[in-house]
Design a protein around this ligand. Structure first.
Ligand code: GAF
Length: 382
């Protein structure tokens, strides 16, 4: 892919580019907890986005998307979001750089990648972090990874209107080969946990659906848990987020919150606990325990947080029936995208064959299987 981007750049802009790579991410467990300053357990993957850049000596930015075969030009002095357009990710990052005092001048860019769009592997965070890494390298800004992740989060909030958390860009920036990141979203710091699944492997199954209104439902869930925090603040003085409420206080929480808010708060509180337990399982090699936590996470996301959909539920439930699957759950924001599965490597073929058939019989869609393994975070390429 690096060669494809460099070749396209040379053809269009008549220069050789500086190329950066930024990966997509998986999340082992810890869903919809990052924006409550909770805990998540993501890893970067080998699939990602390649971004080629070079200065052009003007005040204009010219961009070519290799995947969409489209161009976009904007003036660095005056630009604004364009509803639903991929160029928002570039304009959003440039805007963050400018606000932070980094003097971006005219540049050309070509980018493309191999993350299936809508798969829930966070191609948007990979693109934003890739742009940040490329521009930081091009202008020699030496921006710390944590700042790049925070700029990418803010950019997506302001230019795309998704009130997202820090998990996706953080994983893309900090990923490490053969490790997952046990990330504390209050301090924005992480422990690197070595991942070795022995005779088991991770495999994603892409539903190939992305239900409409996913982004507005995401923002609504976030608003609901924020409302719960304010309703709980008298009984729990000093709490900032649901992360500050222990599982042992769930009965008290239930007595205070309205019936429609309690299950959402319960999910966030319990999911934080599951992330800690999952970290311990991986540290002690208890893969069966880890798989059970994945399954419990799915049930909670589906029944309590209500961010699953019939396609994701079907794939998780089919996977649970297989004796060689240790765990299966929906991954990411929900309403489509992928399930993440931990299963015996020598049963992957049987899994693909049987799941493919049952999913097609039920939904008339051929699912996509994506093998993933924890990989390095964003970096400049030679
Ligand atoms: C999306 C968001 F971008 C993340 O911040 C996170 O909230 C995730 O959904 C759910 O865990 O990927």
């Amino acid at each position: 892919m690096r060669e494809i981007i460099a070749k396209a750049f040379l053809e269009i802009f008549s220069q050789d580019p500086l190329v950066a790579f930024a990966p997509g991410r998986i999340n082992l467990i810890g869903e919809h907890t990052d924006y409550q300053e909770g805990f998540v357990f993501p890893a970067a993957v080998a699939q990602g986005i390649w971004v080629g850049v070079q200065k052009n000596g003007t005040n204009t930015t010219r961009i070519h998307s290799v995947d969409f075969q489209e161009d976009f030009v904007f003036d660095l002095q005056s630009f604004s979001p364009k509803k639903g357009h991929w160029a928002n990710y570039i304009m959003g990052m440039v805007s963050q750089f400018k606000q932070a005092g980094y003097p971006v001048t005219g540049f050309d860019m070509a980018f493309g990648g191999n993350i299936p769009v809508g798969s829930g592997l966070s191609s948007s965070a990979a693109l934003s972090v890739g742009i940040g890494t490329a521009l930081s390298g091009l202008f020699d800004f030496k921006i710390p990874k944590k700042s790049l992740a925070l700029y990418a989060q803010k950019s997506e909030q302001l230019f795309e209107g998704l009130n997202c958390g820090i998990m996706d860009p953080y994983a893309s920036a900090f990923g490490k080969a053969n490790h997952a990141l046990l990330l504390d979203c209050r301090t924005n710091s992480h422990q690197e946990i070595p991942i070795s699944f022995g005779e088991y492997s991770l495999l994603l199954v892409n539903t190939k659906v992305k239900h409409k209104l996913a982004d507005s439902a995401y923002n609504k869930r976030r608003a609901a848990v924020e409302e719960s925090v304010s309703l709980l603040s008298d009984a729990f003085p000093g709490i900032k987020t649901l992360r500050d409420i222990p599982e042992s206080a769930l009965d008290q929480v239930k007595a205070i919150l309205p019936a429609e808010l309690f299950p959402k708060a319960k999910h966030v509180i319990m999911e934080d606990g599951r992330v800690h337990k999952a970290g311990n399982c991986l540290k002690t090699g208890d893969l069966e325990g880890f798989g059970k936590l994945m399954n419990a996470s799915h049930t909670s996301l589906s029944d309590d947080y209500e961010v699953s959909c019939k396609e994701l539920d079907f794939l998780a439930e089919e996977a649970w029936k297989k004796p060689y699957v240790l765990g299966s759950r929906m991954m990411g924001g929900g309403f489509g995208g992928c399930t993440i599965n931990l299963l015996k490597t020598d049963s992957v073929d049987d899994f693909k064959k049987t799941i493919s058939k049952s999913y097609q019989d039920t939904f008339q869609i051929e699912p996509e299987f994506i093998a993933v393994s924890p990989s390095a975070g964003a970096h400049l390429l030679d």
